[in-house]
Design a protein around this ligand. Structure first.
Ligand code: ATP
Length: 289
């Protein structure tokens, strides 16, 4: 899909897929285009070109009612009570009153809101409002979940509750897409990750796939400088007793090990993958240059 706001290119032929039962982390710098993508998926905004498909078919009004959405700007009625609000939203999505009540009560219990069910939403703490917002996205038993920064502002317990619910929904076969700036969390939670930069998908895959290249060799060995003259090897950092190396393609790590042993005893020799946060910095900096 592509989308402009006047002269601002928000999406530049972005394309990605999320499979059934997949938890997909959508990450990118501020202004990269995540919210715009999600709004288009929900039909709140129209793309200039391209389309969103669900199960191979272009998304229609009917299929949109089967998406559970947590908008970035949140979307609750501040003066409505928690239970009434969830029942109302479930009914809007086509549930009868009895089913709507059951679903609302069940999510209220599951998300730890039982003592707040008769409170007006505006009287809840921000974190609890967010739990209600999650309940609102889930109450109609959606076939797809699209959540814009669901973890922002949550305390660690609420983060665990949110993570468990998202994992549970994914394992029941629902495709789950969420955006987040908390990359450690995305790394822990997601089956696949997409990194968007300036409206383009610049990297997409499992965390293992994305971090496979860019791995470093960590060697705890004797004298500093022992690796300086090795062919095809770049010294990333060299602290006393711990050297981090980047190996060029085709360089045999056993030759590096032999060189380290020749310089003295080796206590540690291992490959270390970059974290998602490191990868993100590399990808984003790389795509800017
Ligand atoms: N209504 C709008 N009018 C004009 N420009 C907009 C509008 N909404 C978004 N943009 C611009 O489109 C680009 C993409 O914004 P978008 O909100 O999709 O990014 P994002 O990845 O969700 O950012 P963040 O992480 O900060 O929420 C940005 O340059 C933004 O300034």
């Amino acid at each position: 899909m592509s989308k402009r706001y006047g002269s601002v290119v928000a999406l530049d032929e972005i394309s990605f897929e999320v499979g059934s039962g997949e938890l997909f982390g959508f990450v990118g710098s501020n202004g990269a285009g995540k919210t715009t993508t999600m709004r288009i998926a929900l039909g709140v905004l129209a793309a200039d070109s391209g389309e969103v498909r669900f199960a191979g078919e272009p998304v229609t009004h009917d299929t949109r009612t089967r998406i559970g959405y947590m908008p970035e700007e949140r979307g609750l009625y501040p003066k409505m009570r928690v239970l009434d609000q969830l029942v109302y939203l479930a009914e809007l999505h086509g549930m009868d009153n009895l089913r709507a009540h059951r679903a609302a009560e069940s999510w209220i219990a599951r998300l730890g809101l039982a003592r707040r069910r008769q409170d007006e939403v505006q009287k809840l703490s921000l974190g609890n409002q967010q739990r209600v917002q999650l309940a609102a996205a889930l109450v109609h038993d959606p076939a797809v979940l699209v959540l814009d920064e669901p973890f922002s502002g949550l305390d660690p317990i609420a983060v665990d509750v949110m993570s468990d619910v998202l994992r549970e929904k994914a394992s029941s076969g629902v495709p789950v897409v969420f955006s987040s700036h908390q990359l450690d969390l995305v790394e822990r939670l997601c089956d696949r990750v997409g990194i968007v930069q300036k409206g383009r998908m610049v990297a997409c895959g499992t965390v293992a796939e994305l971090t496979a290249t860019g791995s470093h060799l960590v060697v705890s060995a004797a004298a500093p400088g022992w690796a300086d003259t090795l062919a095809g090897v770049r010294v990333v950092s060299d602290e006393p007793g711990r050297t981090v190396l980047a190996l060029g393609s085709g360089v045999d790590d056993q030759i590096v090990l032999a060189a380290a042993l020749a310089a003295g005893p080796v206590r540690e020799f291992r490959w270390q993958r970059p974290s998602l946060a490191e990868l993100f910095r590399n990808v984003v900096t790389g795509s800017e240059s």
